[in-house]
Design a protein around this ligand. Structure first.
Ligand code: DGI
Ligand code: FE
Ligand code: FE
Length: 185
């Protein structure tokens, strides 16, 4: 964990590293409250934005190498940092834990049937203490009720935000919202 922290600190800007430590802090709390291995949550949180500061060209190149076939994300390379991050931590850091890799993959757009660790990283990424966008406080309140309520509120917020700024919405995000609203856990 401490080694990973150093590696991540060297890859990210100070601001993004601070964000990452905020995600670690919240992910640990959520893991503790939801019966998930706290150490696993720490590692997933620490590595979630591993590929966040790579250029769109680099992300696209690595996506090709990793044989990622998500056309939506290939067209919006910013979204590729999630799956490419999972590919790189496997290759460069030797991370093999599929739960950690899945949590990194789904942290940006979500997916239906997200397991508890995936939900924790998805939500922690949106509500960590350094986030200050309009509406974040409501998400923190929802998260304080329980994990699922927090995740649905976070998915709703993202969908509303993307509608407001006229951006396409990844089907995984809609799918995740429908799944949890219809009783999935
Ligand atoms: O990496 P972070 O900045 O910490 O956060 P993130 O991994 O959630 O990425 C946030 C970016 O992803 C933000 O600019 C909005 C964008 N995003 C998330 N879901 C979608 C999306 N963009 C589009 N076009 N469609 C989505 O469904
Ligand atoms: Fe991210
Ligand atoms: Fe993040």
């Amino acid at each position: 964990m401490d080694n990973f922290a150093k590696v991540v600190e060297l890859r990210l800007s100070p601001k993004r590293f601070k964000h990452t430590l905020g995600v670690v802090e919240i992910a640990e709390k959520l893991a503790h409250a939801n019966g998930v291995c706290v150490e696993k949550a720490r590692v997933a949180a620490l590595l979630h934005d591993y590929a966040r500061e790579l250029s769109p060209e680099t992300l696209k190149g690595l996506a090709r190498e990793a044989k990622l076939d998500d056309q939506f994300s290939l067209n919006q390379p910013e979204l590729l940092h999630a799956s490419v991050g999972a590919f790189l931590v496997q290759r460069e850091l030797g991370v093999t834990d599929s739960e950690i890799l899945d949590a990194i993959i789904s942290h940006t757009v979500g997916r239906r049937k997200m397991n508890t660790l995936e939900q924790i990283i998805y939500l922690a990424d949106m509500i960590e203490p350094n986030r200050n966008y309009a509406g974040v406080q409501e998400l923190r309140v929802a998260a304080g009720q329980n994990l699922k309520i927090g995740v649905v509120a976070a998915l709703d917020h993202t969908i509303r935000y993307l509608l407001n700024i006229n951006k396409p919405i990844h089907l995984h995000t809609i799918d995740a919202r429908n799944y949890f609203l219809m009783g999935g856990d």
